[in-house]
Design a protein around this ligand. Sequence first.
Ligand SMILES: *[C@@H]1O[C@H](CO)[C@@H](O)[C@H](O)[C@H]1NC(C)=O
Ligand SMILES: *[C@@H]1O[C@H](CO)[C@@H](O)[C@H](O)[C@H]1NC(C)=O
Length: 702
Amino acid sequence: MYLLSALSLLCGLMLHGSCSAPNPLSSIRRQTVHYHNELKSFREDGIFNYSTMVVREDLGVLLLGAREVIYALDLNDISVKKTVVYWRVTEEKEKECIGKGVYEAECRNYIRTLHKLNETTMYVCGTNAFSPTCDYMTFVDGQLRLKEEREDGKGKCPFDPFQRYSSLMVADRILYSATYKNFLGNDPVLQRNPDKLHSEQSSKWFNDPTFVHMEFVGESFESQDGADDKIYLFFSENAMEYDFYSKVVMSRVARVCKGDTGGRLILQKKWTSFLKASLDCSLSEASLPPIVQDVFLLKNDDWRKSIFYTVFTAPSSLFQTSLVCAFNVSAIRDIFNEAKFKTEVSVENIYTKWVTHAGEVPVPRPGACINKTPDSSHDQTLQFLQKHQLMDEAVQPMTGGPLLIVKGPLLTRIVVDSIMALDGKNYTVMFVGTENGYVNKAVNYGGEMLIVEGIQLYEEPVPISTLRLSESKGQIYAVSEFGAVQMPVSNCSRHATCVDCVLARDPYCAWDLATKQCSSVTGVSNTALQSLKEGDSTQCPQLDPVMAVNLVLVPGNNIQLLCQAHSNLAQVHWRRSGQILRPNDKYHFADWGLLIVGASTSDAGLYICDSVEQTADRIHNRTVGSYQLQLSPADSTTVTSVDQDGFKVAVILLSLTCFSMMAVIIWTWSKGHLQCFKVAPSTSQSQVERNPLESRHVQNRI
Ligand SMILES: *[C@@H]1O[C@H](CO)[C@@H](O)[C@H](O)[C@H]1NC(C)=O
Ligand SMILES: *[C@@H]1O[C@H](CO)[C@@H](O)[C@H](O)[C@H]1NC(C)=O
């Protein structure tokens, strides 16, 4: 049985293996952890559209909103449901909504907003059949309760269950929201609630925007110059500043002052501090600017050192590319405080053009926080602000360019953790969700991008639509349409040997020489090994040498020697009697190993397979397979399987069942007729797993 299934799998994998191509190292995850059921997850039958989450470490619960329901799940194990509250639309509302021509499925209450108010109370909004409504919800004595103090949700929460928006609850129960505030979903607003201070209804402020994220930055803290706190809003919109015929979507950051009171006569009830600037996270090869998709603020006690980690995707469908750029809060502030403005000028009264504003800028500077009701001394400033919201200069990323570039399935969401490694330094670890159900864990080691691993959270290739991090629990919570999944920030025990552990270059993990285990850096003894930048494993105890597997060579047969590289970044090299083998008519290389076509007696000898991985300044070479081919009149089928240091090395001499199929494959292969499945548009993007014996390993690319 084993033999047959292994053989059929092998034959199948031949097709995959023969399509592999070298990969650009930066885009590949070093290790792929395929879907397995042990991950804690939550999903209920008949409940759909899981959307928003709030981590309440103080209450020990994860609040999860879905269509017409809110759950409180155990933060340690989200498969444990503590309590639930339903919030369904009334029949009357539903009828009214359908009457307006909306699809029945959308005339429900999609929970879109969940914010913490205080110890016991949350603020909740739902689309409520295209009639957004908010309410207070308590978690007391293990029970969730809606207080039924229904409030109008217009301008706080979208009408449309699909439309992206963002909102933010600031400690003093002030809700800032960036959403569309009408039924048709074409009237964007940045609004403060409950006083309803809002943006002007003008395409200069927002031009068909997609709102992505909002953050509060407490800039008044220990401020010398009495600076006010700020609200930052990330979004994309159609650019007005280019004279292109086709539309160009630009990524922006806007900010307003928390103490903004609105103008007296000019900009009455509207922001007097609204400014916006473009975000530059560019890719030299792309013609169109990448579009912002998600933002995570890594907070620092000194707000000037806080950093926005931002996911962008390149709009060109030909090369699916995603980028992560980091923007310093102080760099954004400098643009708003010091850079030039853009201004619109009319050209021969026929059309207008956007140029750098070269004239005087009024004092006080437009966009600066006024912090009291503006008086007539502010008139010029406010008049200027009515016409000039956009800065001339774009905000540049901290490191001058992207921290991470990923080709293949697009990145969707990001959370960022900071961890102190064994060397006493803090490392920033990015966890980035993808459109096909993975979370990639990535670190940038001084310019070298390393995707430590990619973990498949969902069996189905679904987009990750929300990500949250609980630092104190060391857990990440992800949401997709298939429910919520929880994963630890690290699982060091996956690395069985010292070399594996050190080469993983995971800042959370170190090899403890005392316990002989790969463990979390927070719990290791003082004799532990970690080498993040170099991946230096020379101090690891020597591995036992790989024993040669004896095989019988039957002249005329094809021989497969299997060999698995120790990571996706490693390449396999074969040696025979000290000579490096090169592909030719006899030797065919595939991801699963080596194929010797039509073996003859002269092919007897020792074959050694090395897995070679390069880090920034080091080459790691390790022997992972060794085969002694011997001539003998014995029978033609031998199966040998050994397990060395956690690597499964198996060898199968071909039986007749596989032979005919192999012949066909080789023929097609040599003719170049082989069709690859699922090969990315650019050949450099396909990634094939290298362990042909584990059936759950399938071809994938990141
Ligand atoms: C809600 O879930 C249903 C069923 O999975 C899906 O077809 C629909 O697209 C989802 N709608 C939204 C707004 O996510
Ligand atoms: C929390 O906020 C709610 C709503 O404003 C209020 O009714 C309640 O008294 C507050 N509870 C505490 C403990 O402050």
